[in-house]
Structures are given as C-alpha cells and as structure tokens.
Design a protein around this ligand. Structure first.
Ligand code: FAD
Length: 515
C-alpha cells in the first residue's frame, strides 16, 4: 500500500511500524473490581487497549501511533441479563461511566471514554449472542443484541430465513449496535434500515427494564421502539429484540447502466425510484467512483439496478427499470442484464456490476492509516428539488477545504447509497495526501467544512453513520430545540446519574438531575 501511495502522490510514503500491544502505555485503572464481578469484569491490559477505540480513521491513526490516552478502566463481558444488571448497578452506584459496546465499528466516536470520566467500564455484549426463538408463523425471531452479522445469518439460514440487513460493516458489527445506531443496510430502497425490522426491544436502563410489546404495527401514541432506535447507548443497553425476518431470495436480476452525464444519471435514478418498482439495489456512482470501483472509463456515471425476491421472478421488473433509465439517456446492452430465474444459473453478462460488488464487499478499513493519507467519508440525504445545487455546493466547499489543506493532490467523489421517492442519500468519499503527524488537524478542517456544508445547504448531518460524539454539533443544528429538551428529560428518567455514554448525541447535563 505504501508503494502504491508513493506512486500516486509522487513522494515517498512509508508504513508506520505497528506497535506491540504490550508496549502501549495505559494509565492505571481508577477502580477496584469487586470480587463478586471478577469472573465477568477485567482490567486486563489488552482488553483495555482493544476497547479504547471504534473504527474511525482518526481513531485507527491514533492507535497506530500508540496513543491510548482514554482507555476504559475495565471491560465487562456479561453472559446473562442478571450479570448485566450486576455490572450496571456497580457502575451506577459508583458513578462510573458505562459504555455499551457491540462490534466497535462506530465511525463517530460512539464507544470512546470521555476525558471527564472518573472511572469507565466498557460493557462488551458479545456473550449475549444467540437466536433464542424463531416464530415461523409470524416470521420473526428473538435475537440477543451481541450477535455478529454472520452468526445471525448462520442461525436463521437452516430454516430458510434471513434478517436481510447488510450494512457494509456486517461481518464486524452486532444487532445491538445496529439498533442503537439506526444502521442502514446495503439495499437501496424499501426495507433496508434496521428500523424496519424491529418488532419489539428489550433494554436495561439504570432505572429498570424497558420492554415493548410484540406487534406487527400500532398507532398507540409515540412508539417506544422509536425511542430506543438511535439512542446510541445513552438511554439503556439493548439485550435482545424480536426482529422481522423473511424468506431468502432466490429470484434475482441486475443491470449496470452507463451515463455520460452525472446530472442525467441522477434524473434517471429519480425516475426509477418514483416508479415505485422498489429495486433492492439502486446505486448511482459518479464517474470517479465508477472508474475506481467498477472499472469504468472515469468519464461515465454508473447506475446499478438490482431486484430480488423469494417469491416472484424479477425479469419483468428489471426490464422496466432499464427502459426508464434508457429513456433518460442511459446505455446498456440487453446481453448485460443479468437474470437468475431461481435456478441459481444466471443468464447475461453483468458487466461492471460484478467489479463494483467485489470492491464494496472487500472494503478494508485501516490499510492506509498512519501514512499521511487523509481519507474519510460523509453521508447525508436531501430532497430531489434541492439535489443538483446541494451537490454542487458540497463539492465546492469541501473541495476548497481539501485544496487548502493538501494542495492539488486530492479526490472527492459521490455515490447514492439509498434512494427514496423524495430524494437520494448521497455518500461522499474524500482523500488527499496530508502531512504524517498532522492528520488530525487536517482532517478536522475538511470535516468541519463538510459538516457545515451539509447543514447550511439543508441536508442531514448523517443518514446512517449515526451521531456519536463527532456529529453532535451538527445534529444540534438540525433538530428542534424542544426535541432535545424532551430527550434529556427521558435520559434523566432512565439514567438519573448520567452514566450511560455521556457526550454521545449531546453534551451531558452539567449537573445530573439539576433541571
Ligand atoms: C468499514 C465500515 C463500514 C460501515 N458501513 C456501514 C453501513 O453500511 N451502514 C451503517 O449504518 N453503518 C455503517 N458503519 C458504521 C457502523 O458499523 C454502524 O454504526 C454499526 O451499526 C455499529 O454496530 P456495532 O455493533 O459495531 O456497534 P458499536 O460500534 O460497538 O457501537 C455503536 C454505538 O451503539 C452503542 N451500542 C452498541 N451496542 C449497544 C447495545 N447493545 N445497547 C445499547 N447501545 C449499544 C455504542 O455505545 C455506540 O454508541 C460502517 C463502519 C465501518 C467501520
């Protein structure tokens, strides 16, 4: 990787040595683990190192430099709800910060220990990792929060079911993390967000248990599940949920349509979305992304359309979507439309779509960290009426920040990860060669420009990467003030001592319980 970066940027880039875990200096634990908890709580050096950071570029960079200023003082591994109660009681009665931890793939600082903590315990949920029940009649399953994506799918597969929720971080993230962050799966339309699959949730708070009733739908007041979804570990620790599951798809159809204009390609995407065909995939790559991730020329945009179903052949739907895209200027050979009629043997060539899929699934965070390369993504959503101006404004402002920070050698590209009838969810990727050691400040300048552009131009600070600590100021700028007042009141009711993830979503109350 260092060699390839040297060639790209015309300067010598070297890979930093990876520090030995045992050589990393940590402050002494600030708490004493009671003997009753010794079997499930540890202050082991390696465990504290592993749980210090999530998956953001800056965190990985700090880790590679051996900077571990705010490690948790202890890490708990409860294997039962009773053990989780004991751990949370211990934290609450001593005022220790409690950080719920799933797979640690947060890219917004969601599992960091705040500097103000007097003692902090990371509660790793990985031992609560089973599919407990499958209701084949209603098609729902009771699943524990600490289960990782592949294990969840392995457990449902023998009965022919799937949760069908595949964020790009699927192999390394957990059901509890998905619910806590309102994660977005890789399907582009219709049911793809974890929100859509939650039937009921069970969560432990310092004030007691919160469990909603299993229902296919309900119009009874504000939804308790909606309160848990996106709470990012600030209101309680999710232990399990009943999740809506579905039959595994067998009919599939895919096509990649090329456009010589980015604007016409987004118009085509809008028309397909508004035709309510609900493709599983409707992913638009701008020319830069299509060149990098799908082997295209670099001057054409690529619209990837995919359909799948457990019940119905998808050939007619893909042909209809392709015709809409063609009517907006897209081009594709009929032979490049890939159709699997349920036999598992697809007809057609598939073209650039296969390249893109391998590059998406093969994502590997952290391979360039510490080499001076500043690379990150930011994502948002915007209604169609504002889209073209929004995109131009974001590119101008972020491009300007990149130019100031790294000079001429930078890239900024965009794809749509999700598409709604009323607007797209654009996902921008930037990179540039900065100065090794100065990445944090340089990244911050670019990130500030991106955040400000999203908010000023009417978008959301995040579409599916969550708020965490990093997006808290942007979220403050876009939400109604009284909403935060209400949410803080709920936090005081559920977590009166303010021990759960202080600083995530919003600044902690200065004096807990004082308002
Ligand atoms: C390479 C990469 C690709 C990604 N792709 C996507 C994507 O496609 N879609 C997407 O939505 N996100 C994506 N993310 C972000 C991240 O994976 C998601 O936010 C994911 O839902 C986090 O799950 P986790 O189990 O790793 O949770 P963690 O990172 O451990 O925690 C995330 C937050 O949830 C809280 N939390 C965790 N478990 C619980 C629990 N049981 N109860 C209460 N609170 C809890 C934590 O305190 C923290 O605030 C990506 C991240 C990376 C590194």
């Amino acid at each position: 990787m260092a060699r390839s970066l040297s060639a790209t940027y015309g300067r010598e880039v070297t890979a930093p040595p990876i520090p030995d875990v045992q050589d990393i200096a940590l402050r002494k634990p600030r708490l004493q683990i009671p003997s009753t908890l010794e079997s499930i709580v540890t202050s082991d050096h390696t465990e504290r190192v592993i749980h210090t950071y999530g998956g953001h570029f800056l965190e990985l960079t700090r880790a590679l430099r051996g900077e571990f200023d705010e490690p948790p003082d202890a890490v708990a591994y409860p294997a039962t709800e009773a053990e989780l109660e004991q751990v949370l009681d211990w934290c609450d009665s001593n005022g220790y910060v409690a950080v719920p931890y799933g797979g640690g793939t947060t890219v917004v600082g969601g599992v960091s220990v705040p500097a103000e903590a007097r003692g902090a315990v990371t509660i790793d949920m990985e031992r609560l990792d089973s599919v407990l029940e499958v209701d084949t009649t209603s098609r729902a399953a009771r699943i524990q929060a600490g289960i990782f994506g592949p294990d969840l799918e392995d457990a449902l597969r023998p009965q022919g079911f799937t949760l069908r929720h595949f964020p790009q971080s699927f192999p390394w993230s957990t059901l509890g993390g998905w619910i806590a962050t309102r994660s977005g799966g890789h399907y582009a339309t219709n049911h793809t967000h974890i929100d859509d699959f939650v039937e009921s949730v069970r969560m432990l708070t310092p004030s007691g248990w919160w469990e909603s009733r299993r229902l296919p739908g309900s119009g009874a007041g504000p939804s308790p599940d909606r309160m848990v979804l996106g709470s990012e570990g600030t209101l309680g620790i999710i232990t399990e949920a009943w999740m809506r599951i579905q039959k595994r798809p067998v009919f599939r159809a895919t096509a990649g349509i090329a456009f010589d204009s980015w604007e016409r390609a987004s118009e085509a995407t809008r028309h397909v979305a508004q035709a309510k065909l609900w493709p599983a995939n409707l992913r638009l790559l701008d020319p830069a992304e299509a060149g990098r991730a799908a082997g295209m020329s670099g001057s054409e945009a690529l619209l990837i359309i995919g359909f799948e179903s457990a019940e119905v052949p998808q050939g007619a739907l893909i042909r209809e979507a392709v015709e809409i895209a063609r009517s907006q200027g897209g081009s594709i050979d009929d032979d490049d439309i890939l159709i699997d009629d349920g036999s598992g043997a697809a007809t057609g060539r598939g073209g650039a779509v296969g390249n893109w899929r391998s590059s998406f699934i093969g994502v590997n965070a952290g391979t360039t960290n510490g080499m001076g390369l500043i690379g990150d993504t930011f994502e948002t959503a915007i209604t169609w009426d504002r889209w073209p101006e929004f995109d131009a404004g974001v590119r101008a402002r972020v491009g300007d920040a990149l130019q100031r920070v790294v000079g001429d050698a930078w890239t900024l590209s965009c794809r749509f990860t999700h598409v709604y009838p009323d607007g797209p969810a654009p996902y921008y990727t930037f990179s540039g060669m900065g100065t090794p050691g100065g990445e944090a400040e340089q990244w911050q300048t670019i990130k500030d420009a991106a955040n400000q552009a999203l908010i000023d131009l009417g978008g959301t600070i995040t579409h599916h990467h969550a708020v965490g600590r990093m997006h808290a100021p942007g979220w403050r700028a876009q939400r109604p003030d009284l909403f935060e007042t209400s949410l803080r009141a709920a936090k005081r009711a559920l977590d009166p001592n303010g021990i759960l993830n202080p600083g995530v979503l919003f600044d902690p109350d200065p004096v807990p319980n004082s308002r």
